[in-house]
Design a protein around this ligand. Structure first.
Ligand SMILES: [Zn+2]
Length: 50
């Protein structure tokens, strides 16, 4: 479970979060307030988002 530290939204990391890939990194952002919650290398994120 991943939590938004800004608005308190919570959801499993592979569910409601908006995912933006940029360069070698993939960001997970809150669908409620657009705060970036998580940023990780693309290689690592691949197993989570595919
Ligand atoms: Zn939020």
């Amino acid at each position: 479970m991943l939590y938004c530290y800004n608005c308190g939204f919570e959801s499993p990391i592979d569910k409601a979060w908006h995912v933006y890939a940029h360069g070698e990194y993939v960001d997970s952002t809150c669908p409620e307030c657009a705060t970036t919650i998580d940023s990780r290398p693309r290689k690592e994120a691949k197993s989570l988002y595919t």
